[in-house]
Every structure is written in structure tokens, then in C-alpha cells.
Ligand binder design. Sequence first.
Ligand SMILES: Nc1ncnc2c1ncn2[C@@H]1O[C@H](COP(=O)(O)OP(=O)(O)OP(=O)(O)O)[C@@H](O)[C@H]1O
Length: 219
Amino acid sequence: MLEVKDVGYWYTHQDDSLFEHVNLSFEAGQSYAIVGQSGAGKTTFLSLLAGLDKPKAGQILYDDRNISEIGLTNYRKNDVSIVFQSYNLFTYMSAIDNLLTAMAITGSKHTGDKKYAIDMLHKLGLAHVQMQKNVQKLSGGQQQRVAIARTMACDANLVVADEPTGNLDEDNTIEVVDLFQKIAHEQGKCVIIVTHEAAVAQMCDHTYKLEKHVFSESV
Ligand SMILES: Nc1ncnc2c1ncn2[C@@H]1O[C@H](COP(=O)(O)OP(=O)(O)OP(=O)(O)O)[C@@H](O)[C@H]1O
């Protein structure tokens, strides 16, 4: 689904490149952890996969098309769903309205289908009364579940997440990674998670480690 071909990136003020000549594949229906030391460049790499920034060298192909040709705005709108450590929900809305709004913005085939939004939140363990509350009144684990439900309710086939369990306790972490696994295995999406937690990486199907500017697959 996603092919990274000979990709390199560096920030202009830095002497060294963060990474160069990166060649990696990401398949539909599979989950991937990106690990590596703090400052190695994991978030930067994820931002390239998500079309938030452009590689300085090489190309990224989505379904065999260079994402620059698709257009990064179109690519982000139609093909990518992003989950952040800080949830990034609309804080003045309920969970249901968060889903309905995201579905409308991305032109999901379920746009306007409130029952679908409720079903999705229900599946992720939110009670009806919780779905109707302003999301700021929910716990961190519940808010991250809303963010994941939003991803599931949108049609994008690529899900990227930057430290999605960074604010969660151990039990919530396991539940949230389990949900990502379901998104990959049951919805057939490709899930890519940047994490510094070994337990999270262990639950994913594949792990790519960024070390000394080079990616390698750990088993
Ligand atoms: N916008 C930016 N401009 C310049 N340098 C940046 C920018 N963003 C990140 N960097 C630098 O690039 C390097 C890689 O940052 P990045 O956030 O990608 O690493 P990371 O592996 O995700 O780190 P962490 O695990 O601590 O989040 C760091 O040295 C960082 O200071």
C-alpha cells in the first residue's frame, strides 16, 4: 500500500541528515511500530508518511502513485487518518459530534449517519451517556478511544499514530493497541505507530527501528 523509496530527510540547520536512502514497505491489513531513540527522527518520518511534509530526497508511493502527484492535501484528506498523543479532538463538542464532523470533513461514505457514529463509539466501549458529554469531561483513555473511533469512521486506509499511548496507563495502553490491531486485521487498514514503549511495539505485527540514520526491521 505504501512504498518508501530511497527517502532522505534533513532539517536545514542540522549538519547530518536524520535518515537517508530509506526503503520500506507498509502493507494493508498489517500494523507497524516505528521505534528508536528520542531525537532519532521518528516523528519526522511519520510526518512524511502522513503527507504533512515532503522528503528532501526519494519518493513515497501510495498504491503505486507518488503522493506528491496525488497532491498532499488530497492525500491527507482521502487516504490518511492521524491519531496524536494529545487526541486532537474538537474540545467544544461531544464524542458523537466529533465523529460526525470528522466524517463530514473527510467526505466519508457514512457522512451524516449518526447511528453509525454511535455504533462505532459503542464498539470502543463508550457508554451512551459518555458519548453525549463534551469530550473534555472524558478521561484520557476515553478521549483516545474517541480519536480511534474517528479513525475507524473515516474511509482513509492508512492510519498513522504518534505516541498514541503516551498519556495512558498500562491497561488503557493495551486496550488501545488492541483496537489498532483490530483496525488493521478487521478493517484491513495499514496502521503505523510511532512509540517508545516496547510493550506497544511487541503487540504490532512488524517493528522498524530507526538507529544511526538507518531503519532496520527487528524481529
Ligand atoms: N521543525 C523542526 N525544525 C528543526 N529541527 C527539528 C524540527 N522538528 C524536529 N527537529 C529535530 O529533528 C530531530 C528529530 O526529531 P523528531 O521529533 O523527528 O525525533 P523523534 O525520534 O520523534 O523524537 P522523540 O522520540 O523525542 O519524539 C531532533 O533533533 C529535533 O530537534
